[in-house]
Design a protein around this ligand. Structure first.
Ligand SMILES: CC(=O)N[C@H]1[C@@H](OP(=O)(O)OP(=O)(O)OC[C@H]2O[C@@H](n3ccc(=O)[nH]c3=O)[C@H](O)[C@@H]2O)O[C@H](CO)[C@@H](O)[C@@H]1O[C@H](C)C(=O)N[C@@H](C)C(=O)N[C@H](CCC(=O)O)C(=O)O
Ligand SMILES: Nc1ncnc2c1ncn2[C@@H]1O[C@H](COP(=O)(O)OP(=O)(O)OP(=O)(O)O)[C@@H](O)[C@H]1O
Length: 550
């Protein structure tokens, strides 16, 4: 517990209360206040938190951290004497919270992952590696929070600052020694992770996303880049498989190493490292032009070679100093080689020898990443993936086509009330890459689900796959799995780890993985019970919902 004056020491404060209460904790949510808390009444998009100052004080808040507008509201409620006022309390909340909770991140070796795609997967792989090294990591990201021996579902990819510091305190008190977290661009723009200075920060890639928030790609990139500054990390690992990564290597304000994966993952073998210099730098023997070589001069280069895709994919990772280690994984998809290599390099850059990583894992990296290329059965191969836009679907299908002997069966829908424009393109992409497509409902929210499916079907008409429309997702999953041959791959795309399906009239429980497991069990029971269904019966079932083209 510290005094309010200690929590705001050295910060630009305009008004302080006469009393200097002891603080037990801090929250920006009036509904979570417990006696002894500081309540951070912050301006929001919908409402000013000061509206809830009365409720917070009634729940036991002993002081209110707010801005001038908040002070005015608190004054009207007769609570001005409890207020401490700053220009931008949201920006300082992380530091204030860290002080109140005793700077918990300082006792944790910390890894922060940013980028458009692959944050969740990379964070789970780092968590897997740290556990193999017998460490006790906290894992914080889009899917769930795993810390202090418990797992809770996540509401944001990166928690708000006061929540984050409280969670880290809990983890450190429990005996945790490390932290892996996804750092979203929203979080970086809002300073949610400050004042954490990550031991190692990692960058996956950057493609168009979240422009509703950032407005331009340059702003979006600048938010990501701000992680690679001395206040936010000690060192960085940057994938240079896209132009934004190359730019970041040149603009990072902390020591960085570069990681090149793309040529190897695309089957280009060892192209990135053709120079074979004694100590690889991103500027030596790289496929980039001279200008880029100048940017990369002296930047140590890690690279991937000998990628062998299959049901298990293997690859070799080479350190700048020349040490090499080989790994294999159950994660499908060449893009996952980027995630795996990034995770390995981030842990290595935190001070773990590559050889030690190979020994601790036995060369096998088999994390379960909920709803991210999650394999639920092998024959037929059934995979649940979060791909919910055209590019992600194309990536996922591309990865599966090369390792599928039979048909590629893809089941997809599209969420309601957002990005309606993408639907025909998604329909077209799946109908061009798959052999059989099930169009079904995703999370319709308040939109008419028939209309969403019609948008997708307009696109599937431009492809060659057979298309079956079944509105009920449960039924569609059951049928897709029941009808698959052992050599087929069934990709259940779009909802990943989600467990609720919001639709008109409320939310229903729906987890694609639960439904898939049920369908797989039904299939196995039929096979073991010796009652394989006749071909005619299968064909008749498969015809249900089929879209016929003129
Ligand atoms: C843009 C953004 O960051 N919005 C966040 C913000 O919402 P807001 O400004 O609308 O808040 P508000 O509802 O106006 O409330 C104002 C204040 O009053 C408080 N309040 C409100 C009601 C109440 O009863 N009591 C109370 O104290 C709130 O806690 C808040 O501090 O503060 C809320 C409370 O902390 C967050 O839930 C909300 O995230 C919303 C849900 C969100 O969708 N955020 C997205 C954009 C986001 O951050 N996404 C990234 C990942 C993106 C990706 O990579 O996919 C993330 O890191 O999750
Ligand atoms: N390195 C990568 N490059 C391109 N696509 C990827 C990569 N990793 C994963 N994907 C695809 O993107 C989807 C989302 O992956 P993941 O959840 O790991 O990323 P994320 O950055 O956490 O995304 P989100 O913020 O949407 O959760 C996966 O389901 C997969 O289809």
């Amino acid at each position: 517990m510290i005094r309010l004056s200690e929590a705001v020491e050295d910060l630009q404060v305009h008004v302080v209360p006469e009393a200097d209460p002891l603080l037990c904790g801090v929250t920006a949510n009036s509904r979570r206040v417990v006696p002894g808390d500081l309540f951070a009444a912050l301006p929001g998009e919908h409402v000013h938190g000061a509206k809830f100052a009365g409720a917070a004080v009634a729940a036991g808040a002993v002081a209110i951290l707010t801005d001038a507008a908040g002070l005015k509201q608190a004054d009207e409620a007769g609570l001005a004497e409890t207020c401490v006022v700053m220009d931008d309390p949201a920006a300082e909340l992380g530091l204030v919270a860290a002080r109140i909770y005793g700077e918990p991140a300082r006792s944790l070796r910390s890894f922060g992952v940013t980028g458009t795609n692959g944050k969740t997967t990379t964070a789970y792989i780092i968590d897997y590696l740290l556990r193999a090294l017998k460490r006790k990591p906290a894992l914080i990201g889009t899917v769930e929070l795993r810390l202090a021996g418990r797992t809770v579902p996540a509401t944001l990819t990166t928690p708000m600052p006061a929540d984050l510091q409280r969670l880290l305190r809990e983890h450190a008190d429990w005996g945790g020694d490390s932290l892996v977290m996804e750092v979203s661009s929203h979080a970086l723009a809002q300073g949610r992770t400050d004042p954490i200075c990550f031991s190692v920060a990692g960058f996956t890639n950057l493609t168009q996303d979240h422009l509703d928030f950032h407005k331009t790609m340059e702003n979006y990139y600048a938010a990501k880049r701000s992680l690679f500054t001395p206040a936010r990390c000690a060192r960085g690992v940057v994938c240079i498989d896209d132009a934004w990564g190359e730019k970041l290597v040149g603009e990072a304000q902390v020591p960085v190493v570069a990681l090149r994966v793309s040529e190897a993952a695309r089957g280009g073998g060892d192209a990135a490292g053709a120079a074979n210099s004694a100590r690889d730098t991103a500027g030596s023997g790289n496929t980039a032009g001279e200008g880029k070589a100048a940017i990369f001069a002296g930047v140590p280069l890690w690279r991937v070679s000998e990628v062998r895709p299959g049901v298990r994919t293997s690859f070799t990772l080479r350190a700048p100093g020349g040490e090499e280690a080989s790994f294999s994984t159950n994660l499908p998809g060449s893009f996952n080689i980027q995630n795996l290599a990034l995770a390995l390099v981030m842990v290595a850059e935190s001070g773990v020898e590559l050889g030690e990583l190979a020994r601790a894992t036995n060369g096998k990296i088999d994390p379960v990443v909920p709803g991210r290329m999650e394999v639920l059965s092998d024959y037929p191969r059934v995979i649940v993936d979060f791909a919910h836009n055209t590019a992600a679907l194309e990536n996922a299908m591309g990865a599966l086509t090369s390792t599928t002997r039979g048909r590629l069966i893809v089941l997809t829908g599209s969420a309601g009330e957002r990005d309606a424009d993408k639907r025909p393109a998604m329909g077209e992409a799946v109908a061009k890459a798959a052999d059989l497509v099930y169009i079904t409902d995703d999370d319709p929210h308040d939109e008419d689900p028939d209309g969403i499916r019609r948008d997708l079907l307009r696109g599937t008409a431009r492809g060659t796959a057979r298309v079956i429309e079944i509105a009920d997702r449960r039924q569609a999953i059951a049928q897709a799995i029941a009808q698959a041959a052992p050599d087929d791959t069934v990709l259940l795309a779009g909802r990943g780890h989600e467990t609720k399906q919001p639709m008109r009239g409320g939310e229903v429980d729906l987890d694609d993985r639960v439904e898939a497991r049920r369908a797989i069990a039904v299939r196995q029971e039929a096979e073991q019970g010796g009652t394989p269904r006749g071909k005619a019966e299968k064909v008749a079932e498969e015809k249900q919902g089929e879209i016929t083209r003129d």
